[in-house]
Design a binder for this molecule. Structure first.
Ligand code: NDP
Length: 479
C-alpha cells in the first residue's frame, strides 16, 4: 500500500520521527542519501510498524500517496537546499514538503516562496525535544499554509507530546517562517533558563556553601513548586551524579566552557533587528562565549575581588529561599522578553501568532517544558493583546512579592563577586520597564547636542532642537 508520509534524512532525528509515525499506525516511506542508514532502520526497527524503504529519491516519491507528504530531516543549511533541489522536480502541485530541521526562519521564508511558485506547499517546522522527543513525542511548531497544515494535522497531533490535560503539543503557528521563528525563540528562552539555573547553582555553592549533592536536593524541592520543569529536574540529576573515575561530584570534573550551536545567537541577532530587548537571552549567549575565552579568563584571573565568606547554616537556608524567588522572577522576565519578540515578529511579518497557543504547545515534549507555561497560556488566553507577561495580574502579584528577595540576591551576589548576568539583567529590565522616568531623556538630549538629532518635549507636541553651539535657544524641528 502507498505510504501516507515519507521521511528523508535518517540520522537520529529522522529515524526516530519515522519510528514515531510508524508506531502510530502510519505507513512511512523512508529514504536517506546513504542507503545503508535506510536498510539499518528497517532491519532494526521494521517490526515496530510499516516502513517502505526507498533507495532513490524517485522510488521514495513514487511510494507516497497523493498529495504527497514528505518530511526532510537533514543537516540544516546547504544540505536542506540540496535536498529540496533534488526532490522538487519530482513533485506535483499540491504536494507538501515539511522541513523539520533547525532552519533559520529567513531561509524558510525564501524556500517557501520558491516552492509556492511551483505550487508546492513548504512547511518549515520547528521540532523540539531532541532524539528522545522525536521518538516519544516532541513539541511540533509547523509554519506554512493553512491548507498544508490541515493535511498534516492528524499526523502531527498523533505523534506530538501530550500536555498534562491531554492536548497535543502542536499547533499551526502561522504562515511561512513562523514555525521556525518560534522554535528559534524557544531555544533562546532555553539559553536564558539554563543560564539562570546555572547562576542559582553558583550562588548556592559559593555564597551558601552547599555541596552539589545538597544543591541537587534543593532543586528537587523547587521542582515540586512553581519552578516545576524539565530543566530543573535534569539539573538535580546532574548535580547528584558522581564521577565514576574520580569519585568527585560530576559537575566538578566537567570543563567550565559552555558551547553553542547557534540558535541562541540567531535569537539575539534577530531581536536586534526587530528592536526588541531580550537582555536575558543575550546575557546567556554572552555568558557561554565568555566561558570559552581561555586567554581572556587567564589574563584576568589575578584581578582582585571581595574576600568571600560562606553564610552560616541559618542564613544559608534563608538565602536559598531568596534564590528560588530570584530565579522565578528572572525566569518570568526572560520569558516575557521572548514573548515580546514573538509579538514583534508576528506584527512585522503578519503572522497572526496566537501567543497563548505557543505557550500551550511548549507544556510538553520540548526542552523548556514547564508547569508554569500553563499559566503563560492562561495569561494570553485572558488577554491576547497583553503587552508583557509582567502586566498579567497574577504574574505581577508574584513578582511583586518576589522582588525584595530578588534584589537581596543580586546585591549579595555583587558583594560576594559572583557573576549573575542573567539575574541582574532581568532585574534591570523589570526596573526599567516600571520606571516612571528613564534617563533616556539625557541620552536623547546628548544626541541633540552632538548630532542635532532633535527631541520631543514632555509638555507639548512637536520635535525640537536646541542651538547648542549658538545662543542655546530652542527651535522647532518640524518641517
Ligand atoms: P544531522 O544534522 O547530523 O544530519 C545528518 C543527516 O543529514 C543524515 O541523514 C545525512 O545523510 C543528511 N545529509 C547531510 N548532508 C546532506 C546532503 N547534502 N544531501 C542529503 N542528505 C544530507 O542529523 P540530526 O538527526 O541530528 O538532525 C537532523 C535535523 O534536525 C537537523 O536540521 C537538526 O538541526 C535538527 N534537529 C536536531 C535535534 C537534535 O537534538 N539532534 C533537535 C531538533 C532538530 P547521510 O547519512 O547520507 O550523511
Amino acid at each position: 500500500s502507498p505510504a501516507q508520509i515519507g521521511v528523508t534524512g535518517l540520522a537520529v532525528m529522522g529515524r526516530n520521527l519515522a519510528r514515531n509515525l510508524a508506531r502510530h499506525g502510519y505507513t512511512v516511506a523512508v529514504h536517506n542519501r546513504t542507503s545503508a542508514r535506510t536498510r539499518a532502520l528497517v532491519e532494526e526497527f521494521g517490526h515496530e510498524g510499516d516502513f517502505v524503504p526507498a533507495e532513490t529519491p524517485e522510488e521514495f516519491v513514487a511510494a507516497l500517496e497523493r498529495p504527497r507528504r514528505l518530511v526532510i530531516m537533514v543537516k540544516a543549511g546547504g544540505p536542506t537546499d540540496a535536498v529540496i533541489e533534488e526532490f522538487a522536480p519530482l513533485l506535483d502541485e499540491g504536494d507538501i514538503v515539511v522541513d523539520g530541521g533547525n532552519a533559520h526562519f529567513a531561509d524558510t521564508r525564501r524556500r517557501e516562496r520558491r516552492l509556492r511558485e511551483r505550487g508546492i506547499h513548504f512547511v518549515g517546522t520547528g521540532i523540539s525535544g531532541g532524539e528522545e522527543g522525536a521518538l516519544n513525542g516532541p513539541s511540533i511548531m509547523p509554519g506554512g499554509s493553512e491548507e498544508a497544515h490541515a493535511a498534516l494535522r492528524p499526523l502531527l497531533e498523533s505523534i506530538a507530546a501530550k500536555a498534562a490535560d491531554g492536548t497535543p503539543c502542536t499547533t499551526h503557528v502561522g504562515p511561512d517562517g513562523a514555525g521556525h521563528f518560534v522554535k528559534m525563540v524557544h531555544n533562546g528562552i532555553e539559553y536564558a533558563d539554563m543560564q539562570l539555573i546555572a547562576e542559582a547553582y553558583d550562588l548556592l555553592r559559593t555564597v551558601a556553601g552547599y555541596e552539589p549533592a545538597r544543591i541537587a536536593e534543593v532543586f528537587r524541592t523547587w521542582n515540586t513548586g512553581r519552578l516545576d520543569s524539565y530543566l530543573i529536574e535534569i539539573t538535580a540529576e546532574v548535580l547528584a551524579h558522581t564521577d565514576a573515575a574520580t569519585g568527585r561530584p560530576f559537575v566538578d570534573v566537567v570543563a567550565d566552557r559552555a558551547e553553542q550551536k547557534g540558535t541562541g545567537r540567531w535569537t539575539v541577532q534577530t531581536a536586534l533587528e526587530l528592536g526588541v530587548p531580550v537582555s536575558g537571552i543575550a546575557e546567556a549567549v554572552f555568558a557561554r562565549s565568555l566561558s570559552g575565552h581561555a586567554a581572556l579568563r587567564e589574563a584576568a584571573a589575578e584581578l582582585p575581588g571581595p574576600r568571600r565568606q560562606v553564610l552560616d547554616e541559618r542564613e544559608a537556608a534563608r538565602f536559598a529561599d531568596q534564590v528560588e524567588q530570584a530565579l522565578y522572577a528572572s525566569k518570568v522576565t526572560s520569558y516575557a522578553q521572548g514573548w515580546n519578540m514573538m509579538q514583534a515578529a508576528s506584527e512585522e511579518y503578519g503572522w497572526g501568532i496566537d501567543l497563548g497557543a505557543v505557550a500551550a504547545i511548549w507544556r510538553g515534549g520540548c526542552i523548556i517544558r514547564a508547569a508554569f507555561l500553563d499559566r503563560v497560556r492562561a495569561a494570553f488566553a485572558a488577554d491576547p493583546t497583553l503587552p508583557t507577561l509582567l502586566a498579567d495580574a497574577e504574574f505581577a502579584k508574584e513578582i511583586g512579592e518576589a522582588q525584595p528577595a530578588w534584589r537581596a540576591v543580586v546585591a549579595t551576589a555583587v558583594r560576594h563577586g559572583v557573576p549573575v548576568p542573567g539575574f541582574s539583567a532581568a532585574l534591570a529590565s523589570y526596573d526599567a520597564l516600571r520606571a516612571e522616568r528613564l534617563p533616556a531623556a539625557l541620552t536623547q538630549a546628548q544626541r541633540d547636542y552632538f548630532g542635532a538629532h532633535t527631541y520631543r518635549r514632555t509638555d507639548r507636541a512637536g520635535s525640537y532642537h536646541t542651538l547648542w553651539s549658538g545662543d542655546r535657544s530652542e527651535v522647532s524641528a518640524d518641517i
